[in-house]
Write a protein that binds this ligand. Structure first.
Ligand code: UTP
Length: 405
C-alpha cells in the first residue's frame, strides 16, 4: 500500500491523524506504518461507535450444576471416564497466555511471575505441575497448546526452553500466536504507540480457536483424534488442567461443552454466571444482571444465579469447527497503556481496546454442563498486584493447599 492509498483508507473513517508524522519517519518506518495501515480492520470502529447501545440479551433462566456433593458421589465413574479419554488421546489442553496482565503491572508474560516466597515458583510452573500430575495418573501426555501474542511469544518460548518445560514432555507442547487489534481514545481516534507505529494489543481470548486454525494446527488436532479441548486461563495458580473428573462428567452428561463454576460468596460478587439465555447455555456478566436476578433465590434458600465461572471450559473439537466462523460479540475494554498523546508525547493513559471473549463461545453451544468445584481448592486468580485476587491471596491459597512456595 502506498501513502496515497493509506490516506484514502484512513480518511474514509476520519483516522488520517495516523499519518501526521509520516514526513519525519525513515524509509523503513514509513514502510512499516503503511503495512500496518493496510492490515487495519476498520470494521472494528463500528463497535466503538455503538458501545452505548446496549446489546439486546435474551430471556435468562438459572442453570443448575453438577454439585460438589454429586461429583464426590460419582467421582470414580467420572474420573474413570475422563482418564479413559485422556489415555486414548482424545483430550488436549489450551493455555490462554496472550493477555497483557495490565492490572498485575508485571513487565513480562504473566506466567513468568514468581509467586514463590522461600523458593522460585513461577505461575507457568504451577500450571505445568498440575498437568504433569494428570498425565502421570493417565500414563499419557496431554497435548498442550499455548496461546501467546506477538508481544510475548518469544519471551514465553524462551522461558519454557530455559526451564526445560518444567519437566513436561516438550514434544507435547505447541505455541501459537493470537491476533492483535488497534485501540482508540475517547474520541474514537486510533492510538499511536510511536510516531511511525500504531498501538496494537492482543484482541482478547475469544479468537483462540480461529488462531489455532490459522496457525495450521487444526489438521494435527483432528489427525491425532482429539475430541475434547480444555481451555483455561494462565492466571489461576490452582487451575486443574484436563481434570479427569470434569472431562468424565461432561462425557457422561452427553453435553457438548462444560464449564467449571464456583458458588458465589455473595449475591453481588463480581463474577460472570453460567445460566440459560433463550434456552441455550450462556454467561451473564455481573453488571448485566438485574437486581431481581442478583437476589433471586430457590425454595431451599440458595441463590438462583449462583454459579460463577472461573475460565476453565471443555469444548468438543467438532462443535468448535462448526462455529469457528460465527461472528463473535466484540467487547470494548478500558485499559491503561503506554502510547502517544495527541501531541505525539509518550504517555500512560486509558484507551479503549477491542476484545472477543471465550465465554461468548458458551452461548454457541447446544448444551453446557455446569460443574461445581471447591473454590479454595481450584480458584486462586492472580489478577492484581494487591488486594482481591492478588499475589497475596493466591499465595495464601497455595499454602492452604499444601503447596510449598
Ligand atoms: P484477562 O481478561 O484477565 O486479561 O485474561 P489480561 O490481559 O491477562 O489481564 P489484564 O486485564 O490486562 O489485567 C484472562 C485470560 O485470558 C488470556 C489471559 O492471558 C488470561 O489467561 N488472554 C486475555 C489472552 O490469551 N489473550 C487476550 O487477548 C486477553
Amino acid at each position: 500500500m502506498n501513502y496515497k492509498e493509506a490516506l484514502e483508507k484512513l480518511s474514509v473513517c476520519g483516522q488520517q491523524h495516523i499519518l501526521e508524522y509520516y514526513d519525519e519517519l525513515s524509509d523503513d518506518e514509513k514502510e512499516c506504518l503503511l503495512s500496518q495501515v493496510e492490515n487495519l480492520d476498520m470494521s472494528l470502529l463500528k463497535y466503538f461507535n455503538e458501545r452505548n447501545v446496549s446489546g439486546k440479551r435474551g430471556d435468562f433462566k438459572p442453570l443448575g450444576a453438577v454439585s460438589i456433593k454429586e461429583v464426590s458421589e460419582r467421582y470414580d465413574e467420572f474420573s474413570g471416564a475422563g482418564l479413559d479419554a485422556i489415555k486414548n488421546g482424545k483430550v488436549a489442553a489450551v493455555l490462554l497466555a496472550g493477555g497483557q496482565g495490565t492490572r498485575l503491572g508485571f513487565e513480562h508474560p504473566k506466567g513468568m511471575f514468581n509467586i514463590g516466597i522461600d523458593k522460585n515458583l513461577y505461575i507457568f510452573e504451577c500450571l505445568m505441575n498440575n498437568i504433569k500430575s494428570v498425565s502421570e495418573k493417565a500414563e499419557a501426555f496431554i497435548p498442550l497448546y499455548i496461546m501467546t501474542s506477538e508481544t510475548n511469544n518469544s519471551e514465553t518460548i524462551d522461558f519454557f526452553e530455559k526451564h526445560n518445560y518444567f519437566g513436561y514432555n516438550k514434544d507435547y507442547v505447541t505455541f501459537f500466536v493470537q491476533d492483535m487489534a488497534f485501540a482508540v481514545d475517547d474520541a474514537g481516534k486510533i492510538i499511536l504507540e510511536e510516531k511511525g507505529k500504531i498501538f496494537l494489543s492482543p484482541n482478547g481470548n475469544g479468537g483462540w480457536f480461529s488462531s489455532i486454525a490459522k496457525a495450521g494446527l487444526l489438521k494435527e488436532i483432528k489427525d491425532k483424534g482429539i475430541e475434547w479441548i480444555n481451555v483455561f486461563a494462565v492466571d489461576n495458580v490452582l487451575q486443574k488442567i484436563a481434570d479427569p473428573a470434569f472431562i468424565g462428567a461432561v462425557i457422561c452428561s452427553e453435553c457438548e461443552s462444560g464449564g467449571k463454576v464456583v458458588s458465589k460468596v455473595s449475591p453481588d460478587e463480581k463474577v460472570g454466571v453460567l445460566c440459560l439465555e433463550d434456552e441455550r447455555p450462556s454467561i451473564v456478566e455481573y453488571y448485566e444482571m438485574t437486581d431481581e436476578m442478583i437476589n433471586r433465590r430457590e425454595a431451599d434458600g440458595s441463590l438462583s444465579y449462583r454459579y460463577g465461572v472461573i475460565l476453565n471450559y471443555l469444548f468438543r473439537t467438532d462443535r468448535l469447527e462448526k462455529i469457528m466462523n460465527n461472528e463473535m460479540p466484540v467487547h470494548i475494554v478500558k485499559k491503561k497503556v503506554n502510547c502517544l498523546d495527541g501531541n505525539g508525547n509518550p504517555v500512560n493513559r486509558e484507551v479503549f481496546k477491542f476484545e472477543t471473549l471465550v465465554l461468548d463461545m458458551i452461548h454457541m453451544q447446544e448444551s453446557c454442563l455446569s460443574y461445581e468445584v471447591e473454590r479454595n481448592h481450584e480458584f486462586a486468580p492472580v489478577k492484581n498486584a494487591e488486594g482481591v485476587d492478588s499475589v497475596d491471596s493466591a499465595r495464601k491459597l497455595l499454602i492452604e493447599n499444601g503447596i510449598e512456595i
